[in-house]
Design a protein around this ligand. Sequence first.
Ligand SMILES: *Cc1c(COP(=O)(O)O)cnc(C)c1O
Length: 471
Amino acid sequence: MSADHERLAGLAERHATPFHVLDCARLDEAADQLAGVLGTLSRETRVYYSVKTNYLPFILRRLAARGMGADVVSGYEMDAALAAGFDPADIVFNGPVKTEAELAAAVRHGVRVHIDGEQEIAVMEQLAAEAGHPVEVGIRISPGVPVSTSSDPSYRAQATATALRNRFGWPVGSAELARVVALIADSPHLTLTSVHAHLSSQIVHEELMLRAIGRVLDEAAQLHRRFGLREVNIGGGFGVPGIRRPRTGPLTALWAQQGGIPAQDEEPFLDVARLLPAVDGLMARAGLDGVALACEPGRWLVSDAMSLVTRVVSRKELPEARWLILDGGSNVAPWAGTGEVHRIEPIGRTYSSRTSTWSVSGPLCYENDIHASAVDLPDDTGPGDLLCLRDTGAYSLGRSNNFIRTRAAVVAVDGDDETLVWRAETGTDVFLLADPSPQPATDPGVEPATEPIAPARAAAAPVALAAGTTW
Ligand SMILES: *Cc1c(COP(=O)(O)O)cnc(C)c1O
C-alpha cells in the first residue's frame, strides 16, 4: 500500500464515509508551480482564483494569504472572497447576471466588474456617478472558435456551432461588440481598463486554445489603442491530466449502436509552462506591451488536491452485470453519469492481483448514479472495502446536493495536521430551509466550524451512514 493510500484509509477510521480529503501540500504545490511559470514572463501578471470551482473557505483563505486574487460570479461568492481576506482590488466579478444590489456592492467594495450584459452599463454608470468617482470596468469578449476537437467530425461540427452561439461575452470583430464598447465609452464615469475572456473548462488542446486566445488578443490590441488597457484576462479552463472527458458526437453514438468500436482519441496534455509563455509572446506581437496578463484558473489549482473516500456497501453479481455499489454517489461527485472519467483506486488493504471488469455506482435510487460502467478493479473487492475517487477538487463541493443523500464532509490534511474544514450535512440541515424565519447573516471573518466529529460518527462501521440520514 502506498503512503498516500495508507493515510486515506487511516482517515476512514475516524471519519464516516463518504468524505473528501484535501491535500494541502498538493494545493500549495500547484499554486507555487503557477507562480513560478508566471514569474518567468516579460510582463506583470495576476491570478484570480475561480471561487465557483471550489468555494471551501479553507481554500479561499489559503490562496488569499498567498496574495492571489479571486474571480467571483455571484454576490455570495463575492462575500465569501471578501470574508476570506482577498483584497477587494484583486477581485473580479464575472458572469452573465449580476443584480443591481450585487453591482452596488461591487462598486462599494472596489471590486472590478467585467461587463457581460448591456443593461449592466447603465446601472454601473449610475452607481459610479453616485459614488462621485470614475469606476474601472472590464468587458467580456469571445473568440468564436472551438477549443476542443476529436476524430469524430460530428463532435467537431457541434463544437464549432457551440463556439459561435456562445452567450458569454460578445464575439470579437462583431458589430454587437462595437455597440457595447461605444456605450461604455459614452459613460462619463466608466473607464474600460480590461478585456476578459474565459473559453471553456478542462481544455486540453493547447494549439486550439492559443488560436482562440490570439483572436482575443487581436481584439484587445485594438481596444488598447483606443482606451489604454491595464490588463488582458484570458480566463481559466486549463485542463488537468487526471480527468478524461468524452469528446465524441452523435456519429460515434450511432456507430457504437451498430456494434462498431469507436476510436478513443489520445487525450493531449496541456502544459501551462508552455501555454502561458506563448500567450506572453502573442501579447507582445499584438502590441500589448505594458498590459498585464491575468488568468482565472480554478480546476488546474484544486482538481487533484481533493479525493473522495467512499466505501463499497454492496456487491451484486447479475447474469449481465457485476456491480460494486458505493456509499458515495453523484450527489457528492456530481459529474458521475456525465461520462467524465475519474480514476477509482482500491485502498485500505492488499487486494488480489486478479482483476475483473466492474460497473461502479453510488447509493442513490436514481438511474444515472453511475461512476463507471466498465472499470478494472480487483476480483475480491467487496462490502466494507474502501475506494478512492481521484480529482474531486473541482466542481464537487459547490455542485453537490442532497438529492436522496446528504452532502459529504471535507477533511484537510496538512503534514501531520488533520482538520475537518467542512462538516457532513445532516437531514436536519436540509430541513432548516423549511423554517421561514430569516437566518442571521454570516459575519465576514468568522471562522467556519472546525469542531471535532462526534464519537458516534467517528467510529465508522463498514457501512456507516452519516448521522441524520437514518430515517
Ligand atoms: C468557471 C470559470 C473559471 C474557472 O474555470 P476552470 O475550468 O475551473 O479553470 C474562470 N473564469 C470564469 C469567468 C469562470 O466562469
